[in-house]
Design a protein around this ligand. Structure first.
Ligand SMILES: NC(=O)c1ccc[n+]([C@@H]2O[C@H](COP(=O)([O-])OP(=O)(O)OC[C@H]3O[C@@H](n4cnc5c(N)ncnc54)[C@H](O)[C@@H]3O)[C@@H](O)[C@H]2O)c1
Length: 240
């Protein structure tokens, strides 16, 4: 209930909103590179495609790369994407996704943003070493490499939060994450003493309870399993 909504829809929408309000660039027709096709990346890729962008995905996980390909996106290494992309957004949780060898390949006017981890996904130290000081304006740093300009948003920090007008996710999606966090905290208070130290997935009962509340708040009803259906679905000795 966190990743499928906050990451997919919240990050997908708020990254685009920040990018557009900060740069006033037209998304339609742009070669839009999304680094990482996880929950955040697939949300952004689909929404950018909805605005008419020509989306390119970079990945390191072969299953996610294949998923992006079959979802209709171009998939290629960053070495290739760097040379043709016009807008880049990293959302991998990894370091140095756009680094020293990529900057010299980029087109004039390339826009770089990060929405993943801190300010480590774009190697700005290397960009500064290559290009020197940047010209700064309203959340945009413009670096000059020879006759080309590379624009970096929000100092490479989370673009949906760190640009001057970045507002983060809409509350309609954050309520799900906050509900999961509050109920998980309550769960720990009630059951924590019985749990060995470690990292646990949120219990399914909490996830489902939050989903049901959200559906109810939206006035959406769904079906329930009959006893026969529940038995059938959990059986291994009936059916083909
Ligand atoms: N900006 C926000 O508001 C916001 C919200 C939620 C999550 N996040 C952050 O976004 C990041 C991604 O979250 P997620 O839920 O999509 O994670 P995820 O694990 O589902 O996806 C990350 C993807 O990046 C890929 N990847 C890793 N290293 C890569 C590399 N060098 N090049 C290309 N792809 C690479 C992984 O294979 C994976 O498919 C995390 O850092 C998370 O903390 C940001």
């Amino acid at each position: 209930m966190k990743r499928s909504f906050d990451n997919v829809h919240g990050t997908g929408e708020s990254v685009l909103a920040s990018l557009m309000i900060t740069t006033n660039v037209l998304i339609a027709g742009k070669r839009f590179v999304v680094a990482g096709y996880g929950y955040c990346g697939r949300g952004l890729a689909r929404k950018a495609k909805g605005l008419g962008a020509r989306v390119i995905v970079t990945e390191v996980d072969p299953r996610r790369a294949l998923e992006a390909h079959m979802d209709g996106f171009d998939v290629m290494p960053m070495d290739a994407a760097a040379a043709c992309g016009e807008i880049f957004v990293t959302m991998t949780g990894d370091v140095g996704v756009i680094g020293e060898r990529h900057f010299p390949l980029m087109r004039d006017g390339a826009i770089l943003a990060n929405a993943g981890h801190f300010n480590v996904e774009i190697d700005l130290d290397r960009l500064r070493a290559l290009a020197g000081a940047a010209e700064q304006r309203d959340g945009i740093e413009t670096f000059t490499l020879g006759d080309r300009h590379i624009h970096v948003l929000a100092e490479g920090r989370l673009v949906n939060l760190a640009t001057p007008k970045g507002m983060g996710h809409p509350i309609e999606v954050m309520d799900l994450s906050f509900a999961v966090q509050a109920l998980s905290a309550e769960y720990i208070v009630r059951h924590g003493r019985d749990l060995p130290g470690g990292v646990y997935e949120v219990p399914t009962t909490i996830d489902e309870a939050v989903a049901r509340e959200k559906l109810a708040s939206l006035g959406i009803a769904i079906d329930s399993l009959t006893d026969e259906q529940a038995r059938y679905l959990s059986a291994w000795d009936v059916g083909t």
